[in-house]
Write a protein that binds this ligand. Structure first.
Ligand code: TYM
Length: 316
């Protein structure tokens, strides 16, 4: 029996953090051989916020190095960048014509932008349609993501159903793959870890950055267990060993932070070193992206031939 298809991506908008890793990227690595996997860099999505050539190029190469450094193996996974599959923009346009404005107005990312008094660009408003195209064009069965992307995968399902109803059956219905324990990884202030809250621990942080981030974790003086320290520490140890450690060091916030620093360093250092080694030969790493782009492009083109035919765009 052929393997099911897994697809996911990360936006190249800056350095990924521990929340991205535990919420999604770690699953990319753990599941890479169990599924036929497609992991991409969402550079077209990043354009909604990154509008500087050098920054986008550096961020995109950065995510590629991150993918390889965490252990994605190009022999098992097709790694590509979204813009090497321009058919996604074509499919997103077709979806735009089937989707209503009130439906997209209910999307969280757009609602948050409006609530924060930002003037969202059309790309941000339309973000879920491009994401639906990413997923549906590759026939994905499962999409490993954090909780904040669940609605987007549901929108992709709705959109597939709508298309199939109006034209003819073309798409598979994807399922989000969200792990309960890491669905929303908390940041150093207890809120969801997010670049926009300035509460992150970068995934490839230097020792100094790890120390600074952990020492900055907000603690509620008085309790035996510093809740925010414990919540991050729970990513790195099983419950039994964690509870034993926190019982032994009850109320000693500084000591507990030092222990968290130690555990974070043990996890991050080898990945950071792998990333540094890969960075030595960027052109070899870029070849991986180029090759993956050809594979993803070819699959997408096949799907689009089917879609164009179903819609009435293909006359010859
Ligand atoms: P992005 O780049 O914002 O985030 C990458 C992944 O990290 C997860 N994540 C978290 N998980 C748990 N706790 C957190 N604090 C946390 N912060 C981030 C996100 O849920 C995500 O899985 N729209 C996507 C990129 C994308 C995509 C796709 C993903 C574009 N097209 C198609 C899957 C399929 C995004 O902006 O992710």
């Amino acid at each position: 029996m052929s393997k099911k298809i897994l697809l996911s991506g990360v936006k190249p908008t800056g350095r990924p953090h521990v929340g991205n890793y535990f919420g999604a990227m770690k699953q990319f690595v753990e599941l890479q051989s169990q599924y036929e996997s497609y992991i991409f860099i969402a550079d077209l999505h990043a354009l909604t916020t990154v509008q500087n050539r050098q920054e986008l190029e550096e961020n995109t190469t950065g995510v590629l190095l991150d993918y390889m450094a965490i252990g994605l193996d190009p022999k098992s996974v097709t790694i590509y960048k979204q813009s090497d599959v321009p058919q996604v923009a074509e499919l997103a346009w077709i979806f735009n014509c089937l989707t209503t404005v009130p439906y997209l107005e209910r999307a969280h990312a757009y609602k948050d932008a409006v609530a924060n008094k930002k003037e969202p660009n059309v790309g941000l408003f339309d973000y879920p349609m491009l994401m639906a195209a990413d997923i549906l064009i590759q026939d994905a069965d499962v999409v490993p993501v954090g909780q904040d992307q669940k609605q987007h995968v549901e929108i992709a399902r709705d959109t597939a159903e709508k298309f199939d109803r109006i034209f003819q059956k073309c798409f598979k219905l994807p399922e989000p793959l969200i792990l309960d324990t890491v669905a929303t990884v908390p940041g150093t202030d207890g809120r969801k870890m997010s670049k926009s809250y300035n509460n992150t621990i970068p995934l490839f942080a230097s020792d100094e950055e790890i120390e600074k981030a952990v020492m900055g974790i907000v603690t509620d003086s008085g309790a035996d267990v510093p809740e925010n320290v414990y919540a991050i520490h729970a990513l790195l140890r099983d419950r039994v060993s964690l509870d034993a450690l926190y019982a032994e060091n009850k109320g000693q916030y500084k000591k507990l932070k030092e222990l968290l620093i130690e555990d974070l360093k043990a996890m991050i250092t080898p990945m950071r070193e792998r990333r540094q080694a890969l960075e030595e030969d960027k052109s070899a790493v870029l070849e991986v992206l180029k090759a993956g782009g050809l594979v993803a492009h070819e699959r997408a083109e096949k799907k689009m031939e089917e879609v164009r035919k179903a819609v009435g765009l293909k006359l010859y």
